[in-house]
Design a protein around this ligand. Structure first.
Ligand code: SF4
Ligand code: SF4
Ligand code: FES
Length: 426
């Protein structure tokens, strides 16, 4: 490529051309600069998300809207900038309702993919659980305003054959929404609507009756990292290296408001479990059916969040009895699928479940209440809202590989390297 300038990125000298954007230049030089609103066919770049934050000659800038010039000094891979970019993406997850395990876009979603690439296992911000409109009124599309990150891609690029916009911003500040012009939307061909769905970096725009055709394991972001040198091959669990002496440890596991999928995943260790029981004793755990703690444990693995008073009691006891506490899976980390009820008042949820559902006979059912039943909470809480948590293992459920690697790293300081294909939210 013809080059006319010399710049530095993280101290590396790069010959390039003046006037290019830093996201492209960094990636061509095999330096990963995350991005979300940036799309190679949208010119000028939108610059709305700030996920591409970097420092240019000491000033924090959005890389996608910063043009190269001779002698510029760029910082990308610093602890401060990594943390800043992660915080922006974490805020997007907290601000919207991103229930990845129940989302049609999962595996094909740019936001989710950036979370994987940046190693985000949980958000440091509380989830807002807003109840925004899911708009089924358009002819071809449905718009889930809870998933929109206001990137502006659709506003700029989804245009009818008459040259009219289909989307536009309405309201201001925190109330900003992407509005859709129903008349213009109705003029889009099916192919144009599908292209709009693909252009959206989240699952905010979907086309009715058209889902993503690839099965799990074969979706756009299932296996491959865009970061060079990240091992992408799927590996199976190695047998435990019994030659290396390991101190015997005690493990506890329990399930709160979860589906037991994470425990099923633990059992997927298969033959490794036989090695594992040579090295660990399971104390309180549904895997051994030991219901009460008999001793203090080295590590406690928690599946599920807290939806009732009993969950909180069990979790607090677990924290007291385990030196290290690990939340396993999305429900334990931030509420997960059970937290879908957090956007709806509790009373309405109970009425829907016990009085108005299609399996109840009108007048014959009531909301169950008894003093022996655990009291249901106003919403589903993540474990870390109740007790201190040391580590999080994301996934719904996390793979056996992922769980095992974390446990062996914590217990015996073994090598810790999670493959891209193992770090998932769904
Ligand atoms: S797949 Fe994407 S849009 Fe869907 S819930 Fe997850 S992050 Fe949100
Ligand atoms: S609907 Fe999608 S493309 Fe449009 S602004 Fe929201 S996230 Fe971006
Ligand atoms: S990717 Fe640069 S601001 Fe969004």
């Amino acid at each position: 490529m013809f080059s006319d300038i010399l710049i530095q990125i993280d101290g590396k000298k790069i010959e390039t051309r003046a006037g290019l954007n830093l996201v492209d230049v960094a990636r061509n030089a095999e330096i990963f600069l995350p991005s979300l609103c940036y799309h190679k066919h949208i010119d000028p770049p939108l610059g709305t998300c700030r996920v591409c934050a970097c420092k240019v000659d000491g000033q924090t800038r959005a890389g996608c809207i910063t043009k190269t010039y001779d002698g510029m000094e760029v910082e990308i891979q610093t602890a401060e900038l990594d943390d800043l970019r992660k915080a922006i993406v974490e805020m997007m997850f907290s601000e919207g309702n991103h229930f990845c395990p129940a989302c049609e876009k999962s595996g094909n979603c740019d936001l989710q993919h950036m979370g994987y690439e940046m190693g985000i296992s949980h958000t440091r911000f509380p989830h807002l659980f807003k109840d925004r409109l899911i708009d089924f009124s358009p002819q071809r599309m449905l718009i889930d305003h809870n998933r929109c990150i206001k990137c502006r891609r659709c506003v700029e690029e989804v245009i009818t054959d008459d040259g009219l916009q289909v989307f536009s911003y309405c309201n201001k500040g925190n109330e900003t929404l992407v509005g859709i012009d129903y008349d213009q939307e109705a003029k889009l061909t099916e192919q144009q609507a599908i292209e709009a769905m693909q252009l959206c970096p989240t699952g905010a725009i979907l086309v009715k009756g058209k889902s993503f055709p690839h099965p799990f394991g074969d979706r756009r972001f299932d296996m491959q990292s865009v970061i060079k040198n990240t091992p992408n091959k799927h590996q199976t669990l190695n047998m435990i290296d019994t030659a290396r002496p390991k101190e015997r440890k005690i493990i506890a596991t329990t399930s709160l408001a979860g589906c037991f999928g994470c425990h099923m995943s633990m059992l997927d260790m298969d033959l490794v479990l036989l090695d594992l029981i040579q090295l660990v004793d399971f104390n309180k755990s549904p895997l051994t059916d030991i219901k009460e703690f008999t001793e203090k444990c080295d590590i406690g693995l928690i599946e599920g969040g807290c939806c009732n008073a009993e969950n909180i009691e069990v979790l607090r006891e677990f924290r007291k009895k385990c030196k290290v506490l690990v939340t396993v899976g999305e429900c334990a980390i931030w509420g997960g699928v059970p937290a879908m009820r957090n956007t709806i008042p509790l009373e309405e949820c109970l009425e829907e479940a016990y009085l108005n559902s299609i399996t109840t006979h009108p007048g014959e059912c009531k909301v169950p209440y008894h003093e022996d039943l655990p009291k249901i909470l106003d919403k589903v809480y993540p474990c870390r809202d109740i007790v201190d948590v040391d580590f999080h293992i994301p996934g719904c459920p996390p793979t056996a590989n992922h769980i095992w690697k974390v446990v062996s790293q914590v217990l015996w300081d073994d090598d810790y390297s999670i493959l891209y294909s193992e770090f998932k939210y769904d």
